[in-house]
Ligand binder design. Structure first.
Ligand code: SF4
Length: 293
């Protein structure tokens, strides 16, 4: 396949292997660093593997994000959305405002609501059940993708119940899928810089695993281009891969580049400006080869 290309022998060896099986972490780290003549074979191989596995089928869902509050006690360094309760821009949507948003979205064809917000200090499982029931009672055919692992952890702490019981109750109230958010970069070194109050890597894995075991599948994400190294991007994808091998609960993997402009860590000079276009291409390519069946 690579006979006529000036690709290095190590890259060629890894890409040839990737046609039939997943690559290792060490191999992924090599590919994440390729440049020049090795870059295009990486991208072409990942696209070829993608086509072999799923063809040209592309799916999407018409989704409406309902951000019911921006009050947040966690205050991640990358986030310009969360506010203190006393902030003049802080808000909590009323039931009427939530239903008005939902109505407008359904009129535009929405088939899914994403219920997401800051980590409000008083939010307990009762409150999240109320939000789910409010939407399900009025829009029973619209699926609900909601809450982050950190939100669920903190609501269970406020309600003094286990995370498993919390998920059982959310599922009974209408939660269909869990967003794989709060993942950011799944290494404790980076998390200590960008989101020290969020769940640790071990907690994130435990909570998402519990969600899958309770019967709530969900997405997985990566947010990259801030303070993490290339090796940490690979480490993150490997955490997702190992959990998927165990639970088969992930429905998709969503790469999101860091939006630096208003984030505290960028304004304090601690972060990069997000990923470059080449880094985006490599992230997609390497993740396709790591997460292939
Ligand atoms: S928990 Fe969410 S809303 Fe709160 S600061 Fe972090 S990213 Fe922003």
């Amino acid at each position: 396949m690579f006979d006529k290309l000036p690709v290095s022998s190590k890259t060629e060896e890894i890409l040839t292997k990737s046609l039939d099986e997943q690559i290792t972490v060490e191999e992924a780290n090599h590919l994440m660093n390729v440049q020049g003549h090795d870059l295009y074979p990486l991208l072409a191989t990942a696209d070829y593997v993608r086509h072999e596995l799923v063809g040209d089928n592309v799916t999407f869902i018409n989704n409406c994000n309902i951000n019911f509050t921006n009050i947040c006690t966690v205050r991640c360094g990358f986030c310009a959305f969360g506010k203190d309760a006393e902030d003049p821009d802080a808000y909590i949507l009323s039931d009427e405002e939530i239903l008005a948003k939902a109505e407008g979205a359904v009129a535009d064809g929405a088939r899914e609501f994403t219920l997401m917000g800051g980590v409000h200090p008083d939010a307990d499982i009762d409150y999240y059940e109320h939000l789910l029931t409010l939407l399900k009672d009025n829009y029973p055919k619209v699926s609900i993708h909601g809450f982050s692992p950190t939100m669920v952890r903190d609501a269970c702490l406020v309600s003094e119940i286990s995370v498993a019981e919390g998920f059982e109750r959310l599922k009974d109230a209408g939660l269909d899928t869990l967003p794989g958010t709060a993942a950011e970069i799944l290494t404790d070194r980076s998390r200590e810089i960008i989101c020290p109050e969020k769940v640790t890597v071990a907690e994130w894995v435990d909570i998402v695993k519990t969600s899958h075991e309770v019967g709530i599948p969900g997405s997985s994400t990566i947010m990259y281009g801030h303070v993490e190294t290339l090796e940490e991007r690979v480490e993150h994808i490997d955490v997702i891969r190992k959990l998927q091998e165990e639970t088969h609960g992930f429905t998709e993997f969503i790469p999101m580049t860091f939006m630096h402009e208003y984030s505290p860590i960028f304004l304090e000079g601690q972060s990069n400006l997000g990923a470059t276009g080449t880094q985006d291409l490599k992230l997609y390519a390497v993740s396709r080869l790591m997460l292939r069946d």
